[in-house]
Ligand binder design. Structure first.
Ligand code: ATP
Length: 368
């Protein structure tokens, strides 16, 4: 009987609870034992029944409508060290777990794949140091790993959507709708900063959905003109046609054509100095992560949870770790490590301001 554990790791994202719920229930449905690891990799490093808990069917009841992650998440520096992963391996074996599904971002999934790759040498060391028995050494020869992507940023290559991104987008749109009402009343301009790190997806989609006047994202700095002139031309045109509101959305990683970062303060200053607009700035911050997941994320997380358990049960020691994705509305399996590598290459190209390379890499598809 296989024992499958699930953990959430990295930044929390709405829909993670649906993913955990689906994994726990599918595992039980398929005749496996289901476990949760509390507090991400920290729970693996600390170990014991307080952190690695067997879960039953009822333990995840009602989780579809809970925001955040009920099993906790953390950033764990110890797991980046070999000794931390050695403890993690020992604790999983002590709990009797032989498969791990990690729901997190690229960092968490890199850690998961590294853990799987190191597993034979970790358990050898544990056995040689008498930290596990010969029976355990023989029984836990392989660790199956599978990744599901929980991230509000929608920044993972090879999948069309990450768990949490559409919920965050919905929250941003609602917040901008509220802002529109007050902006209209006072005929004001608002600069709204949204999350996304190296990825402008949240800013771009929110801009389309709320018909923002101007959007600044990391991937496409205004090239034809200085962004200040271009933004002022567009905003002036809108105002000249009687528009009483101005909304400019700034992604947290936005940069200018001269490759310098653009902050909400920079945008605010331009709107005041050049257009004399009564301007306010709103940094949406953590409200973008909070609250319940939208239906799409609940469904995505549930379908991907089912597929994650299926993938674990299909895995052999020679199968590369899978990442559960969605492509053209179908739940798919992608090679985890290649997906993570590609995601990191895109982020590195953006940081190196090589936008063409970033775009080319984003369009890369795997032939499986
Ligand atoms: P988000 O996209 O929300 O930031 P993430 O999964 O990328 O999520 P990270 O902080 O990068 O978030 O990683 C979460 C945890 O995963 C880390 O605290 C660490 O425990 C583990 N981890 C990340 N990178 C590695 C690595 N290279 N080796 C081992 N463990 C890692």
């Amino acid at each position: 009987q296989k024992a499958i554990a699930v953990m959430t790791s990295g930044g929390d994202a709405p829909g993670m609870n649906s993913n955990v719920r689906a994994i726990v229930r599918t595992a039980i449905w398929k005749g496996c034992r289901a476990y949760v690891v509390m507090e991400g990799y920290e729970g693996l490093v600390k170990g014991g029944p307080e952190y690695i808990k067997e879960f039953g069917w009822e333990d995840v009841r009602g989780w579809n409508s809970d925001g955040g992650t009920n099993i906790g998440t953390a950033r764990c520096m110890e797991f980046k060290e070999r000794w931390g992963r050695l403890l993690g391996a020992q604790h999983l074996i002590e709990a009797g777990v032989d498969a791990l599904i990690v729901c997190g971002g690229d960092g968490s999934l890199t850690g998961a794949d590294l853990f799987r790759g190191e597993w034979p040498s970790l358990i050898k060391e544990l056995f040689e140091n008498k930290r596990i028995s010969e029976d355990q050494y023989t029984k836990y020869k392989h660790l199956n790993i599978c990744g599901t992507v929980g991230s509000i940023d929608n920044d993972m290559s090879t999948t069309d959507a990450t768990i949490g991104a559409y919920s965050s987008l919905d929250r941003i749109c609602k917040a901008i709708d509220y802002i529109e009402a007050t902006a209209y009343s006072h005929s004001r301009a608002f600069v709204v900063e949204v999350m996304g790190r190296n990825c402008g997806w949240l800013a771009l989609m929110a801009g389309i959905a709320t018909s923002a006047d101007y959007i600044l994202i990391p991937e496409k700095p205004s090239s034809s003109k200085d962004w200040r002139d271009q933004m002022c031309d567009i905003v002036s045109k809108h105002r000249s046609k009687g528009k009483r509101t101005t909304v400019v959305i700034v992604a947290e990683g936005a940069i200018a054509a001269d490759l310098t970062p653009i902050t909400p303060d920079d945008v605010h200053k331009v709107l005041v100095d050049k257009l004399q607009l009564d301007t306010r700035t709103t940094i949406l911050g953590h409200v973008q992560r909070g609250g319940t997941a939208v239906a799409f994320d609940r469904i995505l997380a549930t379908l991907q949870g089912v597929e994650a358990v299926n993938a674990v049960l299909d895995s052999t020691k020679d199968t590369p770790s899978p990442l559960i994705a969605i492509n053209e509305n179908k739940i798919t399996r992608k090679p985890l490590i290649e997906s993570v590598k590609l995601t990191k290459s895109v982020a590195a190209a953006i940081q190196a301001k090589d936008f063409k390379k970033a775009m080319d890499l984003r369009d890369t598809e795997f032939v499986e």
